[in-house]
Write a protein that binds this ligand. Structure first.
Ligand SMILES: NC(=O)c1ccc[n+]([C@@H]2O[C@H](COP(=O)([O-])OP(=O)(O)OC[C@H]3O[C@@H](n4cnc5c(N)ncnc54)[C@H](OP(=O)(O)O)[C@@H]3O)[C@@H](O)[C@H]2O)c1
Length: 260
């Protein structure tokens, strides 16, 4: 089932799930007061929904049914708690959780398989690996991360920026929670050697762009990923749903899903 099914990403995942012969879409969950609650999913998604309607009935989260979560943060936390309680595998693709919320989500992995995926794209999984290697090899270089997203995004820096920062920090024996500097303004003083700067730009319908900069006095390395369409995330969500359907309880990432 897809939660946040009428959202920008959710509707692309619904369309992909409907087109996948090996999947059966059990439910398309929306907010209780949503204008599309009870309406046929065809009208929003633009493909034949086989008579399925959008629903706000969270009791659709049931044992053995994979929950693909792309709703807003508060709803995602509620749905994940229910999924863990009833035995439904969880793909958590919503972003913006703080450390304690993330720990709660990770805790559910003792009961059900959980994929936490701040980014669902194959390209970002590979970029993360490159960032890890480059950050270690160029350990003395200043590390900064820039991300760009559409003007409706609710959290900053993005979940992907945090996860790239975490990968880089771990490769250098640092702690992203301690060393992240989110945007700069005013009398900042000189840059600290261990700072990991994270900047966010918001505008229009930018789907998602991330650049990691590694900068020394003599050269600069830039590692960039640009999502061209939300279908790149939708494809990752479907791959994760297949993975979760056959997985044992435990905590997984997109690296596990993609076999990297
Ligand atoms: N992991 C990735 O690769 C990836 C990629 C892109 C986005 N994201 C993340 O996915 C999330 C959604 O992004 P988006 O751009 O699709 O945002 P969006 O268009 O705002 O979609 C979120 C949807 O969740 C709905 N919602 C709110 N409460 C709900 C509830 N109780 N039950 C079911 N649905 C509920 C919202 O409905 P209303 O509008 O009616 O409130 C909205 O349609 C964000 O956290 C974003 O950062 C992740």
């Amino acid at each position: 089932m897809v939660s946040g099914a009428a959202g920008r990403l959710g509707r692309r995942i619904v369309a992909r799930a409907l087109a996948d012969d090996r999947l059966q879409l059990a439910a398309a969950l929306v907010r209780a007061t949503s204008a599309v609650d009870g309406r046929s999913i065809d009208t929003v998604v633009g493909t034949d929904g086989g008579g399925l309607t959008f629903s706000s009935d969270a009791s659709a989260i049931a044992e053995g049914r994979v929950l693909i979560e792309v709703a807003t943060k508060a709803a995602a936390l509620e749905h994940a708690a229910r999924a863990a309680e009833v035995g439904a595998p969880i793909l958590m693709a919503t972003t913006g959780f703080d450390a304690s919320e993330r720990a709660t989500l990770e805790g559910y992995a003792a009961k059900v398989p959980v994929v936490i995926a701040p980014n669902l794209s194959l390209g970002i999984a590979v970029l993360t690996d490159l960032v890890r290697r480059a950050s270690k090899a160029l350990a003395a270089y200043d590390l900064e991360i820039l991300e760009l997203h559409h003007n409706k995004k609710r959290d900053a820096p993005s979940g992907t920026a945090w996860s790239l920062g975490r990968a880089a920090a771990e490769a250098r024996g640092q702690d992203i929670e301690r060393d992240a500097v989110c945007a700069r303004a005013g009398e900042t003083g000189a840059r600290g050697r261990e700072e990991i700067g994270m900047m966010a730009i918001r505008g229009g319908d930018i789907i998602g762009e991330h650049t990691v900069y590694l900068v020394s006095d003599t050269e600069r390395v830039e590692l960039t990923h640009r999502a061209a369409t939300r279908d790149t995330f939708a494809a990752g969500a479907i791959a994760a749903a297949h993975f979760l359907a056959g997985a044992s309880p435990g905590l997984y990432s997109m690296n596990d899903v993609l076999g990297l």
